[in-house]
Design a protein around this ligand. Structure first.
Ligand code: NDP
Length: 248
């Protein structure tokens, strides 16, 4: 076991949807910077346990919480559960999200409700709970999408709607919580190689071609930005693209 000494020593972070992909990479990165970490998941219990083991191997405490962001009580409840398990809360990373793409006319009401429940209502409720429970000087970091900056083709109405709402939430949180030294920022990933958007999937080549870098990003590249925002004190209400130039 290695013990890390980083800029987040003594801090507690909650990463929603931390069992896989960007969330898992973020949980491990924050632990590497010194934080104790809680992750939420829905179906991926084994994957979440693996993230816990990776965090513990860095000498930090970790806990995996089953909490469905689509359920209002579970979305908010992950915050007090984290605080009770790890002794407080300093950093909330709103990462859990679902991507539903499709022609406007084919999106069902159930799909609209599901995407807005996970991507918007769950983030709002977790942020509300965090603001109530978080220590002064805390951080709220939300994962948006490059689709809020540039929609490169049809099929993105629902997903872009949901992620764009988070920009307004972020700016309003920054204004509301600034006096307590709590910052709120949003990170917009471009195409990132995860289960949601595999770098070898059927639409991967087209997405890579839409970036200036000409490639998919890695989850760790998004996690680096989150780690920076977890430390930065004079950065709030702002949007950060980690998209290989997708919006350029
Ligand atoms: P993945 O699908 O690879 O992983 C999603 C994670 O979120 C898993 O840990 C999953 O848990 C969890 N999750 C899913 N639904 C819920 C829910 N209802 N409640 C709690 N946890 C949930 O996604 P990515 O890592 O690719 O995406 C992470 C974030 O980044 C999302 O918000 C996504 O919209 C955004 N994003 C991703 C991009 C990409 O190209 N990959 C691009 C732009 C934005 P479990 O294992 O239990 O299913």
């Amino acid at each position: 076991m290695t013990t890390t000494h980083g800029t987040l020593n003594g801090k507690v972070a909650l990463v929603t949807g931390g069992s896989r992909g960007i969330g898992a990479a973020t949980a491990v990165r924050l632990a590497r910077e010194g934080a104790d970490v809680a992750v939420t998941y829905v179906g991926g219990e084994e994957a979440a346990s693996d993230v816990v083991r990776r965090v513990e191997a860095l000498g930090r405490r970790a806990v995996a919480l089953r909490a469905d962001s689509a359920d209002p009580e579970e979305a908010a409840g992950a915050v007090p559960r984290t605080a009770e398990a790890l002794g407080g809360l300093d950093v909330l990373v709103n990462n859990a999200g679902v991507g539903v793409l499709g022609p406007l006319g084919e999106l069902s009401l159930a799909q609209v409700d599901r995407v807005l429940a996970v991507n918007v209502r769950g983030v709002f409720l977790a942020s509300q709970a965090a603001a109530a429970r978080m220590r002064d000087g805390g951080r709220i970091i939300t994962i948006g999408s490059c689709m809020t900056q540039r929609v490169p083709g049809p099929g993105g109405t629902l997903y872009a709607t949901s992620k764009s709402a988070l920009i307004g939430l972020t700016k309003a949180l920054a204004r509301e919580l600034g006096a307590r030294g709590i910052t709120a920022n949003i990170v917009h990933p471009g195409p990132i190689d995860t289960d949601m958007n595999p770098g070898d999937g059927p639409f991967a080549a087209g997405q890579a071609a839409m970036t200036a870098a000409g490639r998919f990003g890695a989850a760790e590249e998004v996690a680096s930005m989150v780690a920076y925002l977890a430390e930065a004190d004079y950065v709030t209400g702002a949007e950060f693209s980690v998209d290989g130039g997708h919006a350029a």
